[in-house]
Design a protein around this ligand. Structure first.
Ligand code: NFS
Ligand code: SF4
Length: 656
């Protein structure tokens, strides 16, 4: 049936009936601009840009290359399409790596400050994890005070960014064969800042002009993200804020509360988010909220901060990245506080239509039109309290006639599947192990594991259903799914991340989920927590029975709606770590066939894994499943399935 909705022709338009669509309709009716409108206004988007065939790395340019071969084939300096695209790819990965790394650096500084008693409110929450990281870093633990150990671990973490010699310390958590391969190829990551700086240098005019060499550096750089920056962020956050354990939460715009002072925390670094959580536990603030006529204070997250708060505290998630404007349009948000990354500038305009205050918190990320309250380690809780007060003071300004919270009170989600949790849940508290997972993969109950990660956006149809349809298909065929970032955010809001959803699984996966009590789609956290997936893969290899390297495992990674430069870095480190990785939509190097071939074929010979780019979302599940079955065949664990060919059901099928 034709959808009569006026906005239905917009690509990426959320599906009919969803809470997001209701908000979108409302914004349209009131003439408030959204991502979808601005996307339409950008049409047609620049063809050179889409093909990676423009370069403005120097002022001889900007240069373009004609993809049809009629116009110029080279830039003024002679750089060709491959150099254009490979340089751009490397720069994107560098920006992505810098983002995750700078986030990690902030957490490392916080750890040192907390250990020294200079960050009131913060303390070491997970000593076990601290000991694990200390051991990995070679920090002495015997007979030392926790804070002493934490301080040294924090300082060593800081050194990972700029140390003049040596490689990333976490690299040794990878399977030995992988470490050797990286060494042989010369891509073991060195200091994180060095990889970023060298990548910027190499991509400057007249430096590295061999696309193969640029893509190789993109591997080294991105590995400094996966096994460096992102892993540091995850592990140090676990030390400070606790390692996630399964927790029940809610997700969707319906989590906003009508009679409460609503505060939305948006961005990525959980430092400010944790401070707000601490601040709101102060009963005097609740009283103040009641004094202005509210029932209390409610906090909810957007984006990766939402994932962080959900997996550690079960704090409700208002939505993933593309829902940030919609959250404001509920008219029920007193204040939105943001830190870094994926915060769209348009918010400053959206809040003009409502009473909502937009607050930036870090000097490195300000927005014209927003108010700024600087938050540093030393005064974080104090600053957080100030921000909460601002929200309370703003409650009387709310216009009740403008409040529109979708009725659906939010889908339930069980989140918090860190790799440690998965290990404990499968193997038991005292014999935590990946053995049961490996065994279930070997006996075919679970065919393999697919990691879903990354962004959402306005470019593809059914913008709030793509990841959900994908996981539904995967689990129905017995593929276990682990999600992070906005991919996980989308699934969380759709009710697929609860144990009860096991009924949508194939027989084998259902049995496993039932026995262990896990959902078939596991929420593992934010985008930096893709590092948890790397560790899980390493542990699966070490457990035995599924090959000698990550590239032997029946696993795959996928990002359907990539947007951020961070996604490119993540994809590249997954591939360099041995994981087949599929990106939906366009490839970032479309106009350079040799670079495309290298990413989608050539890398297989080097690192045992490759990229795939697929515009047709419907084809992606099969791509992932075929890859995993191929890996199973190579491992020789598909024997049982072949024998099954002779059972009655299959024979009947053959006769048809
Ligand atoms: Ni990841 Fe998190 Fe979302 Fe994409 Fe942005 S929020 S770090 S980049 S859009 S998944
Ligand atoms: Fe043009 Fe070369 Fe300068 Fe790029 S680096 S803008 S291709 S001259």
């Amino acid at each position: 049936m034709e959808n009569k909705n006026p906005t239905s022709k917009t690509p990426g338009n959320p599906t009919a009936g969803s809470a997001s669509l209701k908000l979108l309709e409302r914004m349209k009716a009131e003439g408030i601009e959204t991502i979808y409108d601005r996307y339409q206004l950008q049409q047609p988007q620049c063809g050179y840009g889409q093909l990676a065939l423009c370069c403005r790395h120097c002022n001889w340019g900007p240069c373009n290359i004609d993809p049809f071969g009629k116009g110029p084939k080279k830039g003024v300096c002679g750089a060709d399409a491959n150099t254009f695209a490979a340089r751009q790819f490397l720069r994107m990965a560098a920006a992505g790596t810098a983002s995750h790394a700078d986030h990690a650096r902030a957490v490392a500084y916080l750890l040192v400050a907390a250990a020294r008693g200079e960050a009131p409110g913060y303390k070491i929450k997970d000593e076990e994890k601290l000991m694990m990281v200390a051991e990995c870093f070679g920090v002495k633990t015997e007979g030392r005070k926790i804070n002493e150990i934490a301080e040294e671990v924090g300082e060593m973490a800081l050194a990972e960014f700029g140390k003049p010699y040596g490689t990333q310390l976490f690299v040794k958590r990878a399977p030995e064969s992988r470490q050797k391969l990286w060494e042989k190829l010369g891509i073991t990551p060195r200091a994180i800042d060095r990889e970023v700086a060298e990548s910027m240098h190499r991509t400057s005019m007249g430096t590295d002009q061999d696309y193969r060499n640029l893509i190789k550096q993109a591997m080294r750089l991105s590995l400094a993200n996966g096994w460096g920056g992102s892993m540091l962020a995850t592990e140090l956050q676990d030390i400070l804020f606790g390692t996630p354990k399964p927790v029940l939460g809610k997700s969707n715009l319906g989590v906003l509360k009508k009679d409460y002072v609503n505060i939305i925390i948006h961005g990525h670094e959980p430092i400010i988010a944790e401070a707000i959580v601490m601040a709101t536990s102060d009963p005097s603030l609740t009283k103040a909220a009641q004094a202005v006529g509210a029932k209390g204070i409610a906090i909810a997250g957007i984006c990766c901060t939402a994932n962080e708060l959900l997996v550690r505290h079960g704090i409700p998630m208002a939505g993933h990245m593309t829902m940030q404007e919609l959250a404001v349009a509920t008219g029920a948000v007193e204040l939105m506080v943001v830190d870094v990354q994926c915060i769209i500038q348009a918010l400053a305009d959206t809040v003009q239509h409502f009473h909502t205050k937009l607050i930036t918190t870090l000097s490195k990320a300000k927005i014209c039109g927003a108010e700024h309250v600087e938050v540093d380690e030393e005064h974080a809780v104090e600053a957080a309290k100030k921000i909460v007060w601002m929200a309370i003071d703003n409650y009387p300004n709310r216009n009740p006639s403008k409040v529109f919270i979708p009725e659906d009170t939010g889908a339930e989600v069980v989140a918090g599947f860190s790799h440690e949790t998965i290990k404990y849940m499968l193997g038991g508290r005292f014999r935590a192990s990946y053995r049961p997972l490996n065994d279930n993969i070997m006996n075919g109950r679970i065919r393999g594991v697919v990691g879903i990660a990354g962004c959402t956006g306005p470019k593809v149809p059914a913008g709030d259903e793509n990841y959900v349809s994908l996981v539904k298909e995967l689990i129905s065929k017995d593929f276990l799914v682990v999600g992070t970032g906005c991919a996980a955010g989308q699934c969380a809001g759709s009710g697929v991340m609860i144990p009860e959803f096991k009924d949508a699984c194939g027989k084998g996966l259902k049995e496993v989920c039932e026995t262990v009590g896990i959902p078939p789609v596991l929420h593992a956290g934010a985008c930096v927590d893709n590092s948890r997936i790397l560790i899980a893969c390493s542990e699966m290899v070490k457990e035995g029975g599924l090959g000698n390297d990550i590239s032997d495992l029946p696993v795959a990674g996928v990002c359907l709606e990539w947007m951020s430069e961070k996604a490119i870095a993540i994809g590249q480190y997954f591939v360099a770590s041995g994981v087949f990785t599929v990106f939906g939509m366009n490839s970032p190097v479309t106009g350079a066939p040799d670079v495309l071939k290298l990413l989608t074929e050539g890398l297989e010979e080097q690192v045992g894994a490759r990229w795939a780019f697929e515009r047709d979302m419907k084809k992606i599940p099969q791509l992932l499943m075929d890859h995993i079955e191929k890996k199973r065949d190579a491992l020789g664990i598909n024997v049982a399935k072949e024998r099954k060919l002779y059972d009655m059901e299959d024979r009947r099928k053959l006769e048809v």
